[in-house]
Design a protein around this ligand. Structure first.
Ligand code: GSH
Length: 227
């Protein structure tokens, strides 16, 4: 069996899939695609042009980070999810919550006004607040656990939260979700997880803010060199 993954450097879903690949320990060849200039070979293989795309044995095409993650878990006999049914269900639910938080980060990047940006940020924090409560109540336990698909999902959000907070805006803080923040920091310090995502990520992130968030509050902060 051989694996190939097509990815964009800035794509969070690609990061999630690539951390899952790293955690699986399965060898994989990566192809980084420029979203603004997708090579013909990639479009020929996958006319939708979306990433991540995992190609198995040159013939099976798996799009979507969830499908890819679950496939990898199956390939390694389920060790990327907890073995207990109830815990596994909880992990899958937490992955959904994390996915929703990730999508809520988009409006933080593109908000035109500072107030809208702050409101969007609160949306992200509220959404992650559900995980914070699960950790606090001990329903979800990560400390001392080996990294799994749940951690792959959180790592992609943690990578971005770190960049947002590093912008230095007084409202872009993680004070209300200390357990989630500490969990994320731990994941970003893990050498396997770290090596599966672009490092350093700051220039990629800042370029994205300036391009995707064009005309927005954060892009203007960066362009004016305020941060
Ligand atoms: N639900 C998909 C979402 C993947 C997705 O949105 N990928 C974006 C890049 S981040 C994409 O390929 N967009 C098409 C394009 O940019 O051409 C997943 O979880 O993999």
């Amino acid at each position: 069996m051989f694996l190939e993954m097509y990815q964009f450097l800035s794509c969070p879903y690609c990061h999630r899939a690539s951390v899952a690949i790293a955690l699986s320990g399965l060898p994989c060849t990566f192809h980084t695609v420029d979203p603004a200039n997708k090579p013909e070979s990639f479009l020929h293989l996958w006319p939708q042009g979306s990433v991540p795309l995992l190609v198995v044995d040159g013939v099976h095409l798996l799009p979507d980070s969830t499908a890819i993650s679950e496939y990898l878990n199956d390939r390694v006999d389920g060790r990327l999810h907890p073995s207990k049914l109830e815990e596994r269900a909880l992990h899958r639910y937490a992955i959904e919550v994390i996915g929703a938080s990730l999508r809520l980060l988009g409006p933080v990047m593109t908000a035109r006004e500072e107030a809208a940006m702050v409101q969007a940020w609160h949306g992200v924090i509220d959404s992650l607040g559900e995980l914070e409560e699960s950790l606090e109540a001990g329903h979800l336990v990560r400390e001392g656990e080996s990294p799994m698909l749940l951690d792959a999902a959180l790592a992609t959000v943690a990578l971005r939260l770190r960049e947002y907070t590093a912008l230095g805006h007084p409202k872009l803080v993680l004070d209300d979700i200390p357990l989630v923040a500490a969990w994320g920091d731990g994941l970003l310090a893990d050498p396997i997880i770290r090596s599966a995502m672009p490092h350093p990520f700051t220039p990629i992130f800042r370029r994205l803010v300036i391009m995707r968030g064009k005309g927005g509050y954060l892009a203007s902060l960066l362009e004016n060199g305020t941060t």
